[in-house]
Design a protein around this ligand. Structure first.
Ligand code: HEM
Ligand code: HEM
Ligand SMILES: *[C@@H]1O[C@H](CO)[C@@H](O)[C@H](O)[C@H]1NC(C)=O
Ligand SMILES: *[C@@H]1O[C@H](CO)[C@@H](O)[C@H](O)[C@H]1NC(C)=O
Ligand SMILES: *[C@@H]1O[C@H](CO)[C@@H](O)[C@H](O)[C@H]1NC(C)=O
Ligand SMILES: *[C@@H]1O[C@H](CO)[C@@H](O)[C@H](O)[C@H]1NC(C)=O
Length: 585
């Protein structure tokens, strides 16, 4: 129950918290491109702080000393950008002079491409070293945002411009050649000479919107082909476990203004990858057409020289992710759940042709248990309480009437299943989910109502007490609200990214289920009404009342039992269909 508590607290926090501004610890990646502190006032006009550098010209690989000084300030944020494109991405990387006063941040795709404060203590001088990258533009300008006090700050104070000497000699290493792919890839060799991961499993890389990854061994080299939707980037990663992070070895094809960049990175957590400054990839070529990014490259199967790259002749989980790229060239988090192979594979072993799953186990378990609870146990429990009191009124089970025992048991099962399965998405996300629209809010409400029900029932007044009517009413209305909300929650749950059941099959089947449930509910309701009418008619005719009543009742009971059995069978059929589909996602 403790983890349930965490879930509920997370719900409450999400309801009431608002994003807070200000970053005394200097972790300000959010403002990488704007460089504007989120302090709610506007930038001051005349800067008092200056940037100085010890050179006017630079070559790739040079260290340039950058100094920021001026009246005492609390925070700062320093970057280098192309002097011709001051709105563009940060360029090059920094090395710290004093790790206590300053820290390195990653903006865009380049590791350590910005420097910021570590605390709001007052300082008057900061040094850092800028390292010129291989692909630097001709002129580079330093920019700094300085925060004197919370509301007093200057944004993008321009610093000195430094430039590369006009290149005459070929001493500067050129970036590796990138050529165009002439043809789309071929899936015909998958499982024969190529190891393929495809999503969906019949993905033909000529077709839009499907994912294709192939490994083809050639002596000590591995030829890799990757193809996928061209909204921004596609990537695959090799991992020792089923979690993103822990140093996973990732390979990116990033579309960048009619160009494709290929990079390697390591995923150290569920956060922005650490891109490598050196590329372990060779023979890169790409194609950007028909709504697809296609890229291919080679790498050595054994790479000891490059830290963070895995050797390819071992067993790994393989991930496939795709997402958008922001204006400054930084990749965004995958929008849909990445694909993950169901077990580890050795891509240098025998060629296979495999698929994977786009839903994590914890989320699958969440959906499945919620279906069991809110499709089956709760509904049968309610029908038994509403229509079967008179049917089993004389038989006892463990000292209580049967209908009551069945009702209580099924409802406790519902609450238990809900509580367990409620915690799972929180465990998986490690917090509140931003991307599930109203589903989590409705879900929290259902959980709260489901917990209130047994509490109220435990403190119910005795049957003849006048307050019993109030309890009955509250018990009915809370339960009904919970069930209606639960159905809405399930409707919203079946199309979430983390467990996307096939469309539109899922909606139609849910509608089918609701129709089935309501239909049989109404049938029992009408039947109950007719039975009462019949009894009244009999009474009018003054026939021997007691006798006739029981025979009418007996018929009615058989009818009800038949309907209940039919209902349970249909209900379980729907449930099993959904569980099977969840297993297949
Ligand atoms: C900006 C880059 C990225 C960010 C911020 C990010 C963030 C996250 C987060 C927060 C999760 C946890 C589930 C969720 O809340 O959605 C996750 C899951 C996952 N990510 Fe990423 N991700 C990024 C890039 C990538 C890349 C490039 C790959 C692989 C090529 C990848 C593979 C995965 C996989 C397989 C999962 C599911 C397993 C798990 O939950 O750990 N991610 N990611
Ligand atoms: C009435 C039943 C249900 C309740 C009370 C419920 C409750 C919740 C709650 C509170 C969350 C939020 C967790 C978080 O923010 O980290 C959640 C997430 C989720 N639920 Fe449900 N749920 C129910 C049914 C379902 C069903 C039937 C499915 C799918 C078949 C489903 C799929 C999901 C998914 C995929 C997430 C993760 C969303 C995301 O973070 O991307 N849920 N649910
Ligand atoms: C500028 O500073 C860097 C780092 O200290 C140093 O490596 C470089 O030689 C200096 N350049 C000049 C021209 O002084
Ligand atoms: C790739 O092909 C496109 C046209 O499809 C062309 O515009 C571009 O210049 C080519 N790039 C290279 C590097 O060959
Ligand atoms: C591509 O696939 C076709 C069959 O669909 C096959 O005949 C052809 O040889 C393949 N081409 C390559 C380069 O593998
Ligand atoms: C992977 O396959 C290669 C080639 O068959 C083999 O040499 C290597 O030992 C395999 N690795 C594992 C971990 O099985």
């Amino acid at each position: 129950m403790e983890s349930c508590g965490i879930g509920l607290i997370a719900c409450l926090l999400a309801y009431f918290s608002s994003p807070s501004a200000g970053y005394p610890n200097g972790k300000v990646q959010e403002v990488c491109s704007s460089m504007v502190p989120l302090h709610g006032s506007s930038s001051q006009l005349f800067p008092k702080h200056i940037i100085e550098v010890n050179v006017t010209q630079f070559r790739s690989g040079d260290h340039v000393k950058v100094s920021l000084s001026g009246p005492a300030f609390e925070g700062f944020f320093l970057q280098a950008r192309s002097a011709n494109n001051l709105r563009g991405p940060a360029i090059g990387s920094f090395v710290l002079a004093d790790g206590r006063k300053s820290q390195l941040l990653t903006c865009g795709r380049v590791k350590n491409s910005a420097v910021s404060h570590t605390s709001k203590s007052k300082k008057t001088h900061i040094d850092a070293y800028w390292i010129a990258p291989r692909d630097a533009p001709e002129t580079v300008q330093f920019l700094v945002t300085v925060v004197e006090k919370f509301r007093i700050y200057w944004v993008k104070i321009p610093g000195p411009v430094i430039s590369q000497p006009k290149m005459t000699t070929k001493s500067i290493p050129t970036s590796p050649p990138i050529s165009n792919l002439t043809k789309p890839f071929n899936a015909s060799d998958c499982g024969n000479t190529k190891f393929c991961v495809r999503n969906p499993s019949d993905c033909d890389p000529k077709v839009k919107d499907c994912f294709f990854l192939a490994f083809k061994q050639d002596d000590s080299m591995m030829l890799v082909e990757m193809s996928g939707p061209a909204e921004g980037y596609i990537a695959f990663a090799l991992s020792h476990d089923q979690w993103m992070g822990g140093g996973d070895d990732a390979y990116f094809c990033i579309s960048d203004d009619h160009n494709v960049d290929m990079n390697t990175a390591s995923l150290s957590g569920r956060s922005y990858p650490a891109f490598d400054s050196q590329n372990a990839l060779e023979e890169m070529s790409w194609r950007l057409a028909d709504g697809l990014i296609q890229c291919s490259f080679q790498r050595k199967i054994h790479l000891s020289a490059f830290q963070g790259r895995f050797n390819l002749d071992a067993d790994y989980y393989i991930f496939l992710a795709d997402g958008e790229v922001s204006e400054d060239g930084a990749i965004r988090k995958h929008h849909r759940q990445p694909l993950m192979t169901n077990r580890k594979y050795n891509v240098t072993g025998s060629p296979e042709d495999i698929g994977g799953s786009r839903s994590p186990f914890l989320i699958k378990a969440h959906g499945a248990l919620m279906f069991v609870a809110w499709m089956t146990t709760v509904n049968i429990g309610v029908i038994v309480a509403r229509f079967f009191k008179p049917v089993w009124s004389h038989s006892l089970l463990f000292g209580e009437e049967i209908w009551f025992q069945v009702h209580r048991m099924l409802m406790m099962a519902t609450v238990l299943l809900t509580s367990v399965s409620f915690v799972l998405p929180f465990v998986y996300r490690g917090g509140w989910s931003q991307q599930a629209s109203f589903h989590p809010y409705l879900g929290c409400t259902v959980m709260a109502l489901a917990l209130i029900q047994p509490l109220m029932a435990a403190f119910r007044p005795p049957p003849q007490a006048p307050r019993r009517q109030i309890f009955n009413w509250l018990h009915w209305s809370t339960g009904t609200t919970a069930r209606i909300l639960a159905v809405v929650t399930m409707f919203m749950g079946i199309d979430l990214q983390a467990l996307n059941l096939p469309n539109p099959w899922d909606i139609y089947t849910m509608i089918g289920f609701v129709a089935w449930h309501v239909g049989l509910d109404v049938l029992l309701e009408i039947h109950g009404y007719c039975l009462i009418r019949k009894v009244e008619v009999l009474e009018d005719d003054r026939i021997q009342i007691l006798q006739s009543l029981t025979s009418a009742e007996a018929k009615g009971h058989t009818f009800k039992k038949t309907v209940l059995i039919i209902y349970i069978c249909g209900n379980i059929a729907f449930l099993v269909t959904f569980l099977v589909r969840i297993g297949q996602v």
